[in-house]
Design a protein around this ligand. Structure first.
Ligand code: GLN
Ligand code: ZN
Length: 756
């Protein structure tokens, strides 16, 4: 009898209840008691959804972040947060730098959880870090679940992953010295769970799918030798890829169970099954935990049949990873068309799929006849649907040649022509695209979408906004202007809504961090552009001014990275399709007289594979997609790109290979690190290191910004430097933006030796 379980469930709630409860608590509108009651409700609902599984998870729920919870349970709270105050106050001060009733203090750093769009709080360890275990909160959740009649499997972030993700200000490479103390704490943790009568505990070690150096591999080995002595069965969970070089290590560990991701690591299922002892539990993550497609049940059952026959109840069936990365419930989507809906599965449906697969393995396919027929029908419909397959798109992709991703001439030739045409001063100033999204602008979009405003009135109002933004920029003395993006709700959604092949959900929210959720579009079919998407607004803006207006597009890699991609073609193919649609837009913009065009790629680094061996292939297709979108124009049309993070070290070659004429990047928060990159790498084209940190309401001074540029001049020739903010200004207010940009323009003037 194959058993079933899940590795974790979304904690935001079906309707993002937790988000709203958190925000209400933070703003002082509700009490801790009210927040905790709501949290208990969400946990209970989650268990209820999962009650058909043989084990439900506990300890996966968190008010903010599960890595922070782990640090707190281990007593690893940095000194600056320690105060005589309620535990919840200390908790939120770590997460957000502030909490009702506590002192403001710099929050913990936040960064992306492996290759997902979830952000965790980075644990900070002191050089002499001690640990002291307090798992009362987790025990409370376990008791809650048991009291309600659920069979519980607690979930923990593993000790080695915890250390690996942690940061130690002095001595980052010495983190492993904490391992013995940490293992002590974990041993106590497991003892306590055992004393609670727990049979199985899930310990997550996602670092097992990354390239691990020897010392980290040794740490894994040591840890599980120690922890396997606890009187409890350990299910060691890996996910987000194959075990790769850690396969021999992982399959030799003395733990009772091993979970593998058989979706991202489909290829490893047979190998692991062969290597993993038959009387140990093998948990196979066969339902994709981080995409929205319905599982092909027949195929899943087929791939598990032999394993199930051999392993019996030592086979567990599960989603590939925590369902935290999936939206909650498809049933709420009342505005998706029935056909598309029949192709999808969200968290609730994925839990059902896991059960169906196990039932078929245990009782034969006849036991799930109807569900299997529905799955087969969905698979067949998707394979042949004309909504998905557009022969014209396939033909165009097949006809792509190497020339299509080459500009006509090299940078040196192009930049001469562009300078002659644009006649910009030294240190040209520009912005990244968006200007403040005022309540008026958001109201316009809302009214228009709700039908309260006619198309004509909406367009007239947006035109006015554009005109106002152009006038503002002229008054500020900026050199390359933008139209301000007033018509865009979101830089991906805007394009997705205008491109064929995209669909949108109403409640398909996924937690990004804390109370923040994103609602990625679904790319369900071949992507194509029915008509120009941005030309009218850009061209209109250009009629209002003699200064060049920069057209503004979201790049192919970012559109792909911030959507749920289809799973029936390679990511590369989707990227090529989007790139071709954008290429047409770029050419149309040029024809409409727009001679500077920016193609934003803030997600360029996000799709980077975890294993180094796979990174080269990614860079090849990602760079090609960008270049494909950018290369249809004449030499004197200037292509910009924009990225907003500064860990460029790993990707600097690829960034140079994009061959954009100008790149603008975020620098303000870590100017030094970024400039280090350019010390070692002579970036060949023009570059605008951001001088104004748009994440902060602070207004930087003229001198401060001028100094940043002065420093950049040590590594980047002066004639190739642009002056711009870090990112778009849509989240800021005009009262901040106006003086900050004024100072920025004055800083450029100062560098030019002009009077301000
Ligand atoms: N052009 C976009 C803007 O200015 C870029 C946003 C981003 O990089 N995330 O808003
Ligand atoms: Zn940005």
């Amino acid at each position: 009898m194959a058993l079933t379980h899940s590795l974790g469930f979304p904690r935001v709630g079906r309707r993002r209840e937790l988000k709203f409860a958190l925000e209400s608590y933070w703003s002082g509108d509700s009490s801790e008691g009210q927040l905790q009651d709501l949290a208990a409700q969400v946990r209970h609902d989650n268990w209820q959804v999962q009650k058909g599984l043989d084990f439900v998870p506990a300890g996966d729920f968190t008010l903010y972040d599960h890595v922070l919870d782990t640090a707190v349970r281990l007593g690893a709270v940095p000194a600056r947060f320690q105060a005589d105050e309620a535990a919840i106050t200390t908790y939120f001060r770590q997460a957000r730098g502030r909490a009702p009733g506590g002192e403001d203090v710099p929050a913990l750093e936040m960064t992306k959880w492996f290759n997902t769009n979830y952000h965790y709080l980075v644990p900070e360890l002191a050089d002499d870090q001690q640990f002291s275990l307090n798992i009362d909160e987790q025990l409370k959740h376990i008791r809650e679940a048991r009291a309600a009649g659920f069979k519980v499997k607690p979930v923990l972030v593993g000790p080695v992953t915890f250390l690996y993700l942690a940061k130690q200000r002095e001595g980052q490479d010495q983190r492993l010295k904490h391992l013995p103390k940490l293992l002590n704490a974990y041993s106590q943790w497991l003892d306590k769970l055992a004393a609670e009568g727990i049979e199985w505990v899930q310990i997550d070690e996602p670092i097992l799918v990354t390239d691990l150096a020897n010392d980290w591999q040794n740490a894994i080995e040591l840890s599980y030798q120690v922890l396997s002595e606890a009187p409890i069965k350990i299910l060691l969970a890996s996910y987000f890829g194959t075990l790769g070089n850690n396969l021999a290590l992982a399959t030799s560990l003395p733990v009772a169970g091993l979970h593998i991701d058989a979706v991202a690591g489909r290829a490893q299922l047979q190998v692991v099954d062969a290597a993993w002892p038959a009387d140990n539990v093998l948990s196979v993550g066969i339902v994709n935990g981080r995409n929205i497609w319905r599982t092909d049940l027949r195929q899943a059952i087929e791939s598990l049949k032999a394993i199930s026959e051999r392993r019996g109840n030592q086979l567990w069936v599960a989603p590939s990873c925590s369902l935290l990365h999936s939206p909650v419930d498809l049933a709420q989507e009342d505005q998706l068309d029935a056909e598309l809906k029949s192709w999808l599965a969200f968290g609730v449906q994925k839990v059902e799929e896991v059960q169906l697969i196990a039932r078929a393995l245990n009782d034969g396919e006849a036991a799930i006849k109807e569900a299997l027929a529905a799955s087969d029908a969905a698979v067949a419909a998707r394979q042949s649907s004309s909504r998905i397959h557009n022969p014209a798109v396939a033909k165009r992709v097949a006809a792509i040649t190497g020339n299509d991703s080459q500009r006509q001439s090299g940078f040196d030739e192009r930049i001469g022509q562009q300078r002659a045409l644009l006649k910009l001063p030294a240190y040209p100033t520009t912005t990244i695209g968006s200007f403040p999204q005022t309540p008026i602008i958001r109201g316009l979009r809302r009214d228009w979408r709700a039908g309260r405003l006619t198309e004509a009135d909406y367009r007239a109002a947006i035109s006015q906004e554009i005109e106002a933004v152009i006038r503002e920029q002229e008054a500020l003395g900026l050199d390359v202007l933008v139209h301000g993006e007033a018509e865009r709700n979101d830089m991906v959604e805007y394009f997705g809504e205008l491109l064929d092949g995209f669909a949108f959900t109403r409640f398909g929210w996924v937690q990004s961090y804390g109370s923040r959720c994103v609602k990625p579009p679904i790319i369900f079919g071949d992507v194509s552009r029915a008509k120009p998407m941005t030309v009218e607004w850009a061209a209109f803006a250009q009629t209002l001014t003699d200064k060049p207006v920069k057209g503004m597009l979201t790049g192919p890699v970012t559109i792909l990275g911030w959507s749920f991609p289809r799973d029936d073609v390679a990511l590369q193919t989707i990227a090529q399709q989007i790139a071709l649609a954008l290429r047409d837009e770029v050419v149309d913009l040029e024809q409409a007289g727009i001679k500077v065009i920016q193609i934003d790629e803030p997600a360029f680094r996000e799709l980077l594979p975890l294993k180094q061996a796979e990174q080269g292939a990614y860079f090849d297709w990602a760079v090609e997609a960008f270049r494909l979108s950018a290369s249809g124009v004449a030499d004197d049309t200037q292509i910009h790109t924009h990225m907003c993070y500064s860990e460029f070290n790993a990707i600097i070659d690829a960034i140079a290979a994009l061959d954009a004429d100008v790149i603008t990047i975020e620098t303000s928060r870590s100017a030094n690190e970024l400039l280090d990159v350019f010390r070692e790498y002579a970036y060949p084209n023009e570059i605008g290191p951001g001088v104004y940190d748009i994440h902060s309401p602070r207004i930087p001074s003229v001198d401060e910004m001028a100094k940043l540029i002065e420093r950049a001049k040590a590594y980047i020739p002066a004639e190739r430097i642009w002056v711009n903010p870090d990112c778009g200004l849509k989240t800021r207010r005009w009262e901040e933006v106006r003086p900050a940009l004024k100072n920025m323009v004055d800083a450029a003037k100062k560098l030019r030796g002009q009077a301000a």
